[in-house]
Design a binder for this molecule. Structure first.
Ligand code: TRP
Length: 352
């Protein structure tokens, strides 16, 4: 039996997942989990590169919990995949330090994604943010990922990872697999305001965990064709978010086509189109809510993350050892380190 290739991807723990996340990445992950041995990272240290206030940090636990619960509700199978917590694997940072010498500052400074992140956060580029793609390279390489599905804004970071892995292999000998990035082809889902992409901060999102009442409320207040002042005026379907959502979430294609025809002819009111949309979205979310209820039991998500972090840490330790061996960083260093570690462990026990 040939071993499955590895997939690795991650998210910063910024909050619960919405339909935009589902369309843009979760759906793809649910499909790929069968084909690849999958690792999903909770990138809490990445979040600190732009959000490091105590009130941001206070949100991490809850957000990580919601993110994992939402992913599982959406169809990720916790027995099949490995969820892991970045800050639970100190070796990632040791690896990060090693990788830092394999990329130039100028290369990182040229990345538009980092400048965008600094601008959006209203801060001057922190040192940590400049290193963001290098830390990401450590995340990917630590479990020896082969395929990295990411959003458009992150594909350049996978390119940096590839360069770093190649440089490592050239310098020290073939050690690290060079991963492939994978950008989804799906168009970004617009928010309920019909203006920007769906996002928590713009308050234009429908969440996977929303109740049917919340979905109805959100849908009924959605933006449609602004030129259409009453139901008997012909409306535009293209670029109309209500119809974009019908296309994305209503499996009854006949109903959608019929609504579009009547809309174009000025023969249907917004209310009917929206009511049918709310119903379709609620039916789409219902199985997720059922799965969610099964996993909401206290401690279950924490167990999943803990088990995954232990497993990913073992993988990371193996990779790091192989890297150090290739570099000639074992030997004396190791002996000193082992002794220091033993001493520290004893000390910690004594003071605990
Ligand atoms: N940069 C990703 C984001 O925008 C999160 C992330 C961190 C990641 N490490 C990764 C994604 C490794 C893919 C692979 O949230």
């Amino acid at each position: 039996m040939t071993e499955k290739k590895r997939l690795l991807t991650g998210d910063r723990p910024t909050g619960k997942l919405h339909l935009g996340h589902y369309v843009g990445s979760i759906k793809n992950r649910v499909q790929l989990q069968h084909e690849f041995e999958s690792f999903f990272l909770v990138a809490d240290f990445h979040m600190l590169t732009t959000k490091n206030k105590p009130e941001d940090i206070a949100e991490i636990d809850k957000n990580a919990h919601e993110m994992i619960l939402d992913s599982i509700a959406a169809g990720i199978e916790p027995d099949k995949v490995t969820f892991y917590l970045q800050s639970g694997i100190p070796e990632i940072h040791e690896m990060y330090t090693i990788l830092q010498s394999l990329v130039s500052v100028a290369r990182l400074e040229r990345l538009p994604s980092l400048k965008d992140m600094a601008r959006n956060a209203n801060i001057e580029m922190p040192f940590a943010l400049l290193g963001y793609p290098v830390l990401q390279a450590a995340d990917i390489l630590c479990v020896r990922g082969n395929l990295v599905p990411v959003g458009k804004d992150n594909i350049a970071h996978v390119e940096v990872t590839r360069e770093i892995a190649r440089r490592f292999n050239n310098l020290y000998g073939e050690t690290l697999p060079v991963p492939d990035g994978l950008v989804g082809e799906v168009p970004t889902l617009v928010g309920t305001d019909g203006d920007k992409k769906m996002s928590k901060s713009l308050d234009n999102a429908i969440y996977l965990s929303d109740t049917s009442k919340q979905v109805e409320k959100r849908v009924m207040s959605m933006y449609t064709d602004p030129k259409r002042v009453s139901a008997d005026v012909p409306g535009t379907v293209e670029g109309n978010p209500v119809f974009d959502y019908h296309d994305a979430f209503n499996p009854n294609k006949e109903e959608v086509e019929e609504l579009k025809t009547r809309y174009r002819a000025g023969k249907v009111g917004d209310v009917e189109v929206k009511q049918k949309l709310a119903k379709a979205i609620n039916e789409f979310l219902a199985p997720m809510h059922a799965r969610r209820a099964k996993y909401e039991e206290t401690g279950l998500i924490e167990d999943i993350l803990q088990r995954g972090t232990i497993k990913a840490r073992e993988e990371t330790q193996q990779t790091l050892y192989a890297m150090k061996k290739a570099m000639g960083l074992t030997g004396v260093w190791n002996r000193v380190r082992r002794k220091a570690e033993k001493y520290n462990k004893k000390k910690t026990k004594e003071t605990a």
